[in-house]
Ligand binder design. Sequence first.
Ligand code: SF4
Length: 308
Amino acid sequence: MVGLGLREELEQRGISRRDFLGFCASMASILGLPGATAAIAEAVEKEPRPILVWLEFQDCAGNTESFLRASHPTVADLILDTISLNYHKTLMAAVGSQLDQTVKDNKGKYIALVEGSVPTGADGAYCTIGGRSALDIAREVCSGAAATIAVGTCAAFGGIPAAGPNPTGALSVADAVPGVQNLINMSACPANAENITALMPLFSANQAPLRTVVALVDPVIDLITGETAAIQGTGVELKSLTRSELFAGAWQGDGLHILTPGEFDPDEGLLPVLTPTRSADPPILAAELIALPLRGLRLAVLSATGEP
Ligand code: SF4
């Protein structure tokens, strides 16, 4: 298989181009990105394939079991089979040095996938691997990753191990590694190959950083939440746009940020209060948001908070 592109590898395994595009269409649906099938296909096929480092700490190994199911493999299984799974703690416990090497050689390029909560009690003695505590490993590996996926309820929120009285001091990844970059909590257990695969295009190792985000915001709510200030604080340029530009797709940016007052109501005229749509623009209904042209976006934030 060495030297073959993903497309050739799938064809050798009996997956036609048509099957592959069908799979990408369902990925677009899972991600809520209508019209993004071609972009997902391009991202999935892109070389080099993402390097995945899979850590397992305090949990039931149900997500690993799910990942490893061998019968009737789907397109997603095969795609995951072709990513570079450099280290899986449960499957490769005897080759821990490979973890060290991967982390060292690919700083900022690999994806860390964490399964299980991180015990912090008794100086981390409740879970040690190769003489190192789970906390120590999680902090090193997740801090050096391009992105971290917390798979399963235990990794995402602490899960059963963190239930009171929580004797091991179990924490979620977010709490155990404060400030971890690009964290995605995928809490549904057990994870399936489709959901994990759907995230891969978002984490291409070659992806450039976010540069511009276009925004429609309620200025009063923004003053309270500070969302656009937080976006600008990362060095990202924030542009505004009008309703007609929004639906015509006549805007360019790496992301779209919509901040509205109150809670989402499909029948509510959502955006008459948003700048710069105040003027003569007709209101935008929440139900219309599904028609937004989001193709190529790397960040879409639709949030509704508080009262105007
Ligand atoms: S919550 Fe999920 S990860 Fe945690 S033990 Fe249960 S199945 Fe495993």
